[in-house]
Every structure is written in structure tokens, then in C-alpha cells.
Design a binder for this molecule. Sequence first.
Ligand code: URA
Length: 218
Amino acid sequence: MAKSKITEIDPPTDCTLCPRLVEFREENCEAFPDYFNGAVPSFGSWDAELLIVGLAPGLHGANQTARPFTGDYAGDLLYATLEKFGLSNGKYAASPDDGLVLKSTMITNAVRCVPPQNKPIGEEIKTCRPFLTKQISQMKNLRAILCLGRIAHESTLAALEIKRKDAPFTHGAKHKVPGASYALFDSYHCSRYNTNTRRLTVPMFEDVFAAICNSLEC
Ligand code: URA
């Protein structure tokens, strides 16, 4: 599938919209000069049918490698699951040079810059949201959005102007989006914490992908 070139709907690498995140970036540029240390662009194809929305880049993962979930513990499970469900080609090797290609899938984050303690504040989630709104509106073949965790879910609802009470976050839920050709799917975030505490197990995560693939007929 050809990749379109609408990359300007991702924020610029040196985005300055969130003062606390800019300050954190400056500290990280000092501490980790070899890291990417910028707003992490989405990964995948703009004509994808599936959009996966994560939380924010991990300090030593996507913030280092410049590709969502890449080098993050959460990425090990996410990319293994994409491979298992035929949504990627090639081998994930925790590096943007690994040659991995997503199939009809795009991965992004609710907040594109790494936040301190991995916790974006409400204002940052809101400030970054227009990029997600625009992204969804540009993805003309979209059939499914997978929200990883409550923050991704609520930011996506806000981007789509859906009230929280009409689509409460529930692991495994599928929500219809009025007037849209796509549905929202929820999963607990595939973070190290959630998998270590078994809030999210591999079968639970795979069940969500099975439901998505069933809906996409992939
Ligand atoms: N890495 C990302 O890019 N996003 C997440 O939500 C977690 C890790």
C-alpha cells in the first residue's frame, strides 16, 4: 500500500506547545544527547484501516528511537501481537532501522512528546489533541481505532466529540462512532506495569486484536 505524504499533521520534532514538555526535552538533550528527544511522529501508513493510539513516548524507548513503542517494554507485546495477527511484515528489533513495515496499520500517541514520570497532565493531553483529530480526519480508509488505556480512549473521544458517558472505557469494548465508518476498540495499555500485575495478559490483548481483525476481515 502506497504511503501518502501528509506528515505535517504530526507536530514538528521541536514542537514548543507544552512548556513542561519542552523543559523536560531540554533536560533530556543534556542527559541523553544521542536520543531523538523530540515529538515522535506516527508510524505506518496514512491509508491504513487501523489506527492504534498509545499514551506517550517512553523516555528510553520511543523518545530515544523516534518510533512509537520502539524500545519500550510495551512495544515488545504490541509488535509481537501485530506480527501474530498479520498486521506487520518483517521482524521487530526495537530499532527504527529494523525494516519492520506495518500492514494497513498506523501507530500514534495521545501525547507526542515524552512526559516526566510517563504522566502527561490534562493540559498537555488537550494541547496535543488537535494532531490526533486531524490525523483521524485524514485517514480516509479508517475502520478501527484501538485505544490503549484510558487516557488514549478519553482523548480519542474528545477528538471525535463523543461524550464519555456514551462510550465508557472498558477493556475489550467496541464502541460505535455515530456517522463514521470506523469503530473504537478499548484495551488496557500494554505497559510493563499492567502485564506484570496481570491486569492485562497476552490472551486478553490478543482477544482484542482478534475482535479487530474480525471486524476488518484481516
Ligand atoms: N511507547 C509509546 O510510544 N507509547 C506508549 O503509550 C508507551 C510506550
